[in-house]
Write a protein that binds this ligand. Structure first.
Ligand code: CMP
Length: 451
């Protein structure tokens, strides 16, 4: 299913949820207040009936993937489609118009099961703020319950002890009933509105039990719910606390402590979340991983002059092979004379290419540039030292992947070789035999360090 189509279903579901909510609020109210609906109300009723009827068709024709997503998490899933279809059809029957009685319209409330189902779906598919949604949905059901109980109280002719009961009509009567239901549900129970008849006493007791259950649920859940609202932030604070404890325990010198804190702060500010990218990617199935990798790295790859005009397959391959790494200001990414097993692409940040003396800057590379290819290409030690100037978000490509890509894409190999030729590094260290070593990289992956 295409994304726009998916969004359209979301909007439709929201419209249906609003319509059902309207029915759930207004129908019991009409029943207990016995009000004849005004013209505006009837027009709205007509529109809502139309929406509910259309929903039967929409649900019928909903593509399989949407159905599956919608139903999979639901406890009703086992009962299958028949139950859902019956619910949709039942809710679409305009009892008010057909039979002229409001009480039958209560049947339409079965459609609330659909609302609950959609809520579950939204919560599971909320990209962000799933916990906020959870809270919102909880408040929704709580308000609806308080409303129904208020209607029940009115139906049993509550408010009997109120002095002004005789003159209080319509909305004010309802308001007082709602006040009763909220005070009883919240277990506050001021006692200014008390049950008199037997039915009222039984009803009050039921509401009290319900109140205690809801109160228990609230105490148990809302605290953790609020704490979970910004899970990422909590995770970050926990990480910082652990880091603090570790640094104290290990007597890390203050300068290094500052650098460590700065590093975590950088990850947090840039919403990188440390090695999360690698972790999350590793857990994905192959096809999704490719898509996410392409999305995350395509810009970086395409903006690098090296890949201008590169084929789609090459970009795809590179996207899959690259691994993210972060360096902090002043870090030595590689030192001259070392043997290296990877090359780097700069996603964001600046590095300095330095000569053997440790302060002559041969070049400054920034976003979109790459380095570390010479050692891989010619199987030789690094010909320069590379130092991060600021926070650098880099991607590495290891030697095996590098060799593989070069062997498969000869034009790319030629291009990268041409670039490498222009990067002599520091001649003091550079090996004179390099020129003779122009063997194809996959033929030679010799690494003395490994021996
Ligand atoms: P490598 O020898 O693997 O490690 C050091 C890297 O520094 C080298 O690959 C090149 O990518 C890079 N490098 C060396 N000299 C220069 C230069 N003059 N300009 C830009 N980059 C360089």
């Amino acid at each position: 299913m295409r994304f726009e189509q998916y969004r359209l279903y979301h909007v439709w579901d929201l419209l249906v949820a609003l319509s059902v909510t309207y029915v759930a609020v207004v129908t019991p109210l009409r029943l207990v207040l016995g009000d004849v609906p005004a013209i505006g109300m009837t027009a709205l009723d007509g529109a809502i009936t139309l929406i509910l009827c259309l929903d039967v068709l929409v649900q019928w024709h909903r593509p399989e993937s949407a159905q599956r997503l919608a139903v999979s998490r639901s406890s009703w899933a086992g009962s299958g489609r028949v139950v859902w279809r019956s619910i949709d059809v039942l809710a679409a029957i305009p009892f008010m118009l057909l039979a002229g009685t409001t009480i039958l319209s209560l049947v339409q409330l079965v459609k609330l099961a659909r609302v609950a189902q959609r809520m579950q779906h939204w919560r599971h598919h909320a990209v962000q703020r799933a916990n906020v949604l959870r809270l919102v949905f909880f408040v929704y059901w709580l308000l609806l319950t308080a409303h129904w109980l208020a209607c029940g109280w009115l139906a049993l002719h509550g408010n009997t002890t109120l002095a002004d009961q005789v003159v209080v009509h319509g909305f004010r009567r309802y308001l007082r009933a709602l006040y009763w239901s909220v005070t009883t549900l919240s277990t506050i129970g001021y006692g200014d509105l008390t049950p008199i008849t037997d039915a009222q006493i039984v009803f009050t007791m039921v509401v009290m039990f319900l109140g205690v259950a809801i109160y228990g649920y609230v105490i148990g859940n809302v605290a953790s719910l609020l704490a979970n609202i910004d899970l990422a932030k909590r995770h970050y604070l926990e990480q910082m606390e652990r880091l603090g404890a570790f640094m104290r325990y290990r007597n890390i010198p203050p300068r290094l402590q500052r650098r460590l804190r700065d590093y975590y702060a950088h990850l947090w500010e840039n919403r990188l979340g440390g090695d999360d990218e690698a972790g999350i990617m590793a857990a994905l199935p192959e096809s999704l991983r490719t898509e996410v990798a392409l999305f995350l790295r395509r810009d970086l790859i395409e903006q690098a002059p090296l890949f201008r005009g590169a084929s789609h397959e090459l970009v795809r391959e590179m996207a899959l092979q690259l691994r993210p790494v972060v360096f902090t200001p002043g870090d030595y990414i590689m030192r001259i004379g070392q043997y290296g097993q990877e090359m780097y692409f700069i996603s964001r940040g600046t590095v300095e290419v330095m000569a053997a003396d440790g302060h002559t800057v041969l070049a400054t590379l920034t976003d979109g540039a790459f380095f570390g290819e010479v050692a891989l290409l010619f199987s030789q030690p690094r010909n320069a030292t590379i130092r991060a100037v600021d926070y650098c978000d880099l991607y590495t490509l290891d030697k095996d992947a590098f060799d593989h890509v070069l062997a498969r894409y000869p034009e790319f190999a030629a291009q990268i070789k041409e670039q490498a030729e222009k990067r002599p590094g520091d001649e003091v260290i550079a090996h004179p035999e390099r020129a003779a070593q122009h063997a194809l990289p996959h033929q030679s992956s010799h690494c003395p360090e490994a021996e």
